[in-house]
Design a protein around this ligand. Structure first.
Ligand code: NDP
Length: 385
């Protein structure tokens, strides 16, 4: 890499991806440094991170916590801002070369667009942004000459397989899915599951929202839509295969039938590092995969009947317009309500289906139209009984 270190802004530094990104930066401090850190509400961790990584600025999204963060960092010469709008402004700062979007949900959309328009490359973990407004985000990235490096392990796998292959036509991609904690369950069994079971992912340790999305398979549905925009694919070119060991992270099949897969242990630090240091592969001490620890890699068909979210996501992908934005917003509310014990696990797709029925279909994908559909969908999803 060049002699200058790359300045990184991490949106959501206190979360699962954010903290692992800081582990990567700590290990790769010769080439990466932190310019900006942002958190939602976890002021204590944000302060601790800022004191270690000495960013130029931090943002705490929750306004009422600004004073606490300010008092801790003021004398350190670290700028402190608060509120959702500050996220949009802080990504424009001069020393930033890349913005890692590691916050949850559609809240990532405006800061991502703002970073793109300021010419910052994006390391994209926040898949919901691509689901809501993939067309706008990819167009703006092209307009501003900005690269979007996927962090999601499946999309990073595809991205890595495509290195050096950009002019070769893709026949299809196969996104692997672990199947989550309820792999093999039928609808009857899914009606009995508890919150504690849903929060226990067999292979990955992640934030609460994506953990529930993985259990309900909505995560894979969102990833299908994300893949369409990242790799410019048609719905029929995107397949899902259940692979419980999470070793093959995804597969590209080219027009000649040849398939390339990317493999490794299920550890998000690898795709995070690849995105932050792209196009370089840097030495690290992450644990290595040993074939003899995994004598069997197995594959199963996804169950679209029991996991209705998968079908809902493919339907929205086919339909386009404001459907993916409605799907995403309703799902965010459904997951929050499930975590608050207001609805049962098997009702997650019911909430999404209800919002899709209630919010009118709109072909327009202008930012204003998508934001309006997002708000409407949240209202119907909150009222669902
Ligand atoms: P976490 O819940 O662990 O962390 C979310 C981060 O975003 C926290 O720093 C949180 O702050 C902050 N945040 C949450 N809401 C807001 C908001 N409204 N405004 C500003 N900041 C906010 O999530 P994950 O790290 O698990 O996931 C982040 C994104 O990455 C998601 O889109 C997810 O789908 C994607 N992803 C995650 C993977 C994983 O392994 N975790 C794998 C692949 C993709 P605070 O905690 O301070 O309130």
């Amino acid at each position: 890499m060049s002699e200058q270190t790359r300045g990184i802004a991490i949106l959501g530094s206190t979360g699962s991806i954010g903290t692992q990104a800081l582990d990567v930066i700590r290990e790769q401090s010769d080439v990466l440094h932190v310019e900006v850190l942002t958190a939602g509400r976890n002021a204590d961790l944000l302060i601790k991170q800022a004191l270690e990584f000495r960013p130029n600025a931090v943002v705490i999204a929750e306004d009422s916590l600004r004073e606490k963060v300010f008092d801790a960092l003021f004398e350190e010469g670290i700028k402190v801002y608060s509120g959702a709008e500050a996220l949009e402004q802080v990504v424009e700062m001069e020393g930033i070369q890349m913005v890692l979007t590691a916050l949850v949900g559609a809240a990532g959309l405006k800061p991502t667009l703002s970073a793109i328009r300021a010419g910052k490359h994006i390391a994209l973990a926040n898949k919901e942004t691509m689901v809501v407004a993939g067309e706008i985000v990819t167009k703006e990235a092209a307009n501003y000459g900005v690269m979007i490096h996927p962090v999601d392990s499946e999309h990073s796998a595809i991205y890595q397989c495509l290195a050096g292959e950009f002019h070769n036509p893709i026949e299809k991609i196969v996104l692997t899915a672990s199947g989550g904690p309820f792999r093999g369950y039928n609808a009857e069994q899914l009606s009995q599951v508890t919150k504690a079971q849903a929060l226990k992912h067999p292979n990955w340790d992640m934030g609460a929202k994506i953990t529930i999305d993985s259990a309900s398979m909505m995560n894979k549905g969102l990833e299908v839509i994300e893949a369409k925009w990242l790799f410019n694919l048609k719905p029929e070119q995107i397949e899902i295969i259940v692979h419980p060991q999470s070793i093959i992270h995804s597969v590209v099949q080219f027009t000649d039938g040849s398939m390339k897969a990317q493999m490794g242990l299920p550890d998000m630090k690898l795709p995070i590092q690849y995105a932050l240091t792209y196009p370089h592969r840097l030495k690290n001490e992450f644990p290595r995969f040993d074939f003899l620890d995994y004598p069997e890699l197995t594959f199963e068909k996804p169950d679209f009947g029991a996991f209705r979210n998968l079908q809902l996501a493919y339907d929205c992908l086919e339909k386009g317009g404001n459907s993916p934005a409605i799907l995403n917003a309703a799902n965010e509310v459904a997951v929050a309500r499930f975590l608050a014990d207001e609805i049962r696990f098997e009702q997650l797709p019911d909430v999404v289906e209800h919002s899709l029925k209630m919010v009118g279909y709109e072909k327009s994908t202008s930012l204003d139209a998508l934001i309006a559909s997002d708000s409407e969908a949240r209202k119907f999803a909150s009222e669902f009984r």
